[in-house]
Design a protein around this ligand. Sequence first.
Ligand SMILES: *Cc1c(COP(=O)(O)O)cnc(C)c1O
Length: 457
Amino acid sequence: MNRASLRCITCAATYPTTQPRYHCDQCGDLLDVTYDWGAIDPERLKRLWNERLQSPRPIDRSGVWRYRELLPFYEDESQLVTYPEGNTPLLDAPRTAAYCGLNRLTVKHLGFNPTGSFKDHGMATGVTEGKILGMTAVLCASTGNTSASMAAYAARAGMLGIVLVPDGQITFGKLSQALDYGALTLMVEGDFDDAQELMREVAEEIGIYVLNSINPFRLEGQKTIAIELLHQRNWSPPDRIVVPGGNLGNSSAIGKGLKELYDLGFIDRLPRLTIVQASGADPLYRTITSGDPTRLITVHAKTLATAIKIGRPVSWKKAMRAVEWTNGWVTEVSEQAIADAKAIVGRDGIGCEPASAAAIAGIASLVEQGTDEVVSRDEDVVALLTGHLLKDPDYTVRYHVGELYEEFVTETRVLQCSNPIRGTFANMPIRVPSDKQRIIAAIEGFRRSEALTGRRG
Ligand SMILES: *Cc1c(COP(=O)(O)O)cnc(C)c1O
């Protein structure tokens, strides 16, 4: 049964969910999906969700729809679109913990979703709502992962996917997915912020369903990241959840999920949500530290972590609200810190894309400096790794061979580069002749140098 309505985050005007709507007619602000919950019995639902772990039904196997009692915006289960998604692992990351200065650190690797990023959580619900509304085409602007995910889910649901991506600023891993999944892929000569603006104008003019994070139904799927995380921890909340922030939809969604779990009685305290931005794309950090958190300070975004290369985040007010609800914080980290943190996550045998590593770099910096906010050694911290290592192999190889630059212009070859990033933890490949003795010598040399530096372990 559909118990949902849309409510403005600022003036609280409400609207039915029967038509596509992204903004409040009264004041123009963003909308939340809100529910008339009826009777929710947390203990009964916790048991039911446990039972669903054994079920073969795709919607029970989905890490989104398993929790569908907290997503009651549909009439009939046959409407639900699923890959299935979610079910991403919680992993112990001992080397990363030591690097951050923590006694222990757990990561939830959202890169293990079907298209390799957490965007799949949001597309399960967003595409479902599109289907309920009878849409035949869906549209998004993207730094890469949204387009990859939307392209796949549109294809699964038999819809046309149309993506606007910034020309030359999207990794091949992500672009290859959008192309292979059959989306109409428009490379916009501009950056993500330009593409997002154009997308809004196009959507308004020709009325295609928008699946960016301004669509509140996408955030409903992403709130289940928090629900699944708490379920995996048997409903024991960590002290802190750390997440990278770009357009700020994900941090907003996780904040909403946590607050609903708390308000409905599933958990008895709220983890502190900590959002990490790249220092070259840090509008929320600037805003929260500006003394006037009600006015967004926009920036011209610059970072190699393309998934968070956003200077005018649409969901900044929702993210600010999530930080307030959970007594959380926002911080920022340098390109060098992101690159080194990423290599450390790799050393744990886990790996992630650059944007995800910002979360790790953020923890390390808050433990070390603790100026605005202090993270203590024995806090129980969960970092959300948002995307898979293989999304951006270029960055990784460049780091390890010492060819990563904060700025470089590529056409067919490198034309100009500046501000090199040190390969602090580089694992340089070694070129060897095709000769057995030389290969053995290289192996022995490597093991000797490791024994000297005590690197392994
Ligand atoms: C989309 C994305 C982000 C940023 O999430 P927002 O909701 O835009 O803040 C971070 N990391 C990865 C890998 C992403 O795909």
